[in-house]
Design a protein around this ligand. Sequence first.
Ligand code: SF4
Length: 433
Amino acid sequence: MQTRLLFADDRGRVYDHPDLLAAVRSGDDVSPPSERPVPLPPGATLTMLPGRRPVGVDRATGAVVVLREVKVGRRTLVPHAVGATLPPGWTRTFLPAASRPALATVEGTPVLPQWAYTAAALDGDAPVVWALHTDRRRHWSPAAHSTPDLPRIVEGTLAASANPIYRQLSRCALEWRCFTAQNTFYLRDEGAIPSSAACNAACVGCLSETQDGMPPSSHERIAVAPTAEEMAEVAIRHLTRARGKVMVSFGQGCEGEPLVRWKEIERAIRLVRAATARGSIHANTNGSLPAALRRLVRAGLDSARVSLNSASPDLYAAYYRPRGYGLADVARSIRAAKAAGAYVALNLLTFPGVTDREGEVERLCRLVARTGVDQVQTRPLAIDPDVYVEVARGSGAGGRPIGIRALVAALRAARPGLVVGNFSRAKRERRTE
Ligand code: SF4
């Protein structure tokens, strides 16, 4: 496989190396690629990993080489590694091959912001990545979002309603380009209902609250939690007027954990279902409070997505840093929601070299088989790879990594009919796949 190594200069300009071939990373291991890459998908972006030296493969010897300096024209520069970030619907299979400086101690080597860095290279004259197209449904395509008319639509909604949720969502839609928030203004598909300013976990890579020693979170968490009436107003408008795969969801990137506000959300759901039976009411949750989730399903929540990085209690705790609950409660929540009749998905935060360790895969397949989840969403974990490798060191089940492709195949085999994808399923899509 003659895919060529990419590197960048200090200004982020990307070059391909004339001699070195691309390498990929899984956990701590860097090696020549063992599978073919795919063309860079529309909506994906090549990205520089500042302060990380690129690692390639010597074409003649096959040896893995750290590129410490390189000549470009008459300049000799210290190169930075290059990876990619993927659009929704894709699952990364390998990490960028980059040498690992001592974390945050080396000048100019900051901890990387929370993105899902993916291995990338040049094949012929086209950029490629190591990834799987795990969900081909188009309604989340970047091309359908952040359209020129969006600011006007947002303004119109803000002028028509003083509901503070729309104020929060206007920032999410325009500043952080959250597609679920944008859908709430476009009145289509899945709309967002941020519900909670607090959380009972402290994920190392939390997207809505900056953790110690980590770069600023990519979203600003809502400051004031909305009332049941405010949440119901936004939900009713969306469920009665939206087109497409109609759904509203609690538990967005800009908030904490919805279950810690279950009483208000329960009231909101009852208000919504008193007004309309249309569409789906969904929650993205850490699954920490089984009894609370059961109450929401009984009130009318018909779908839940429970996030986890592992089915091993110690590795789960190492990343989520839960307060007052553990992985056993998460498993209980999944069972409770299923027993109460909800469609349940796992939001599996995947990381090559950790999630696909043989022992980890075994435990995940057992969890899937025993709890009867309907879907697994394979979401590449957005975090500095060096940080997560340290978080996972000595935690979780062992065994050699089998590859993310094999993980997906094992999950599908673990539970006949299991849907593996990236997006939540609207009511009419469930059970038909
Ligand atoms: S569960 Fe969500 S909101 Fe809570 S710490 Fe983790 S990522 Fe942040």
